[in-house]
Ligand binder design. Sequence first.
Ligand code: ATP
Ligand code: MG
Length: 332
Amino acid sequence: MHTVTLIPGDGIGPEVTAAAVEVIAAAGIKINWEIADMGITALEKYGTPLPDEAIASVKKNKFALKGPVTTPVGKGFRSVNVGLRQALNLYANLRPVKSFPGIPSPFSSVDLVVVRENTEDLYAGVEHNIGNVAAEAVKIITKEASNRIARFAFQYALEHRRKKVTAVHKANILKLSDGLFLNTCQAAARDYPDIEFSDRIIDALCMDLVLAPHKYDVLVLPNLYGDIVSDLCAGLVGGLGLVPGANIGTEGAVFEAVHGSAPDIAGKGIANPTALMLCAAMLLDQLGETTAAEKIRRGIEQVIEEKIALTRDLGGSSSTREFTEAICRAIV
Ligand code: ATP
Ligand code: MG
């Protein structure tokens, strides 16, 4: 039996992670879940939103399924998500964005993979006031991190039979930092002659994505552009409730949705658990349980396409529970 860390998280986190745990069981896979607190719940119990116990649990088990976590505001805490990624060296954030048949969205058959650098850029946390007249945030781009994420993107493309990798940057303005990212991607591309390589300036990419997303395949981006473009891509396929993600490092992986804690709908039982269920499928792939992962994906597709149950964000009126039960029935 696999042991995996489960981080229920904040807001809609407990609701959507519970749904993901249910579909894994329905697919016939037994997992020994080790519960770890992070975010607001951890702050109340341990006095810190990112307890060492939680980090140790993920380190030990190598894999975690994680709900969204909120960083308490105004108390001098650094981002919990950034802290976790740094503590476990989860350097790559992989976000497959795929259209669902039956979901009203601007395009059909979008099939993109966003590969976001996860450790540096403006997220390095180097920010300070200059007296009380200005503030400065430092954008850090290193050759090492750029090379690592570029090679991750090419390797992913190779292993998943993808054809193209596009590096996204603003090297025309940020000549040194984004310039280094771009040059490093170009150098890595030479080692992958079978994968087509191109680059695109971030603003032009944004326009292109909303006009012709089919032009793209795998996108590789520095941290901040990756954050923004991920939400844009989620919009292309029907919203944040549908896009899963994996934070991958040298010692393991943490699977979490692109969406946040959605405080506006938390506790109401109406959140869409699809993103977390797709995270569960990605987790099962990593555990070698590929048949069960495929069952979950097909179950979700069937329930959505046949409109057996749809949550409100997808235009339906079903609760998280009704939607989850429909998927569990579709799986068996
Ligand atoms: P956080 O600060 O944790 O990121 P947020 O306020 O940015 O929270 P998000 O979770 O990013 O909120 O959500 C943005 C919007 O999308 C909200 O209106 C939220 O209700 C909606 N949303 C996000 N995830 C889901 C979901 N799984 N199901 C339904 N609606 C969702
Ligand atoms: Mg958000």
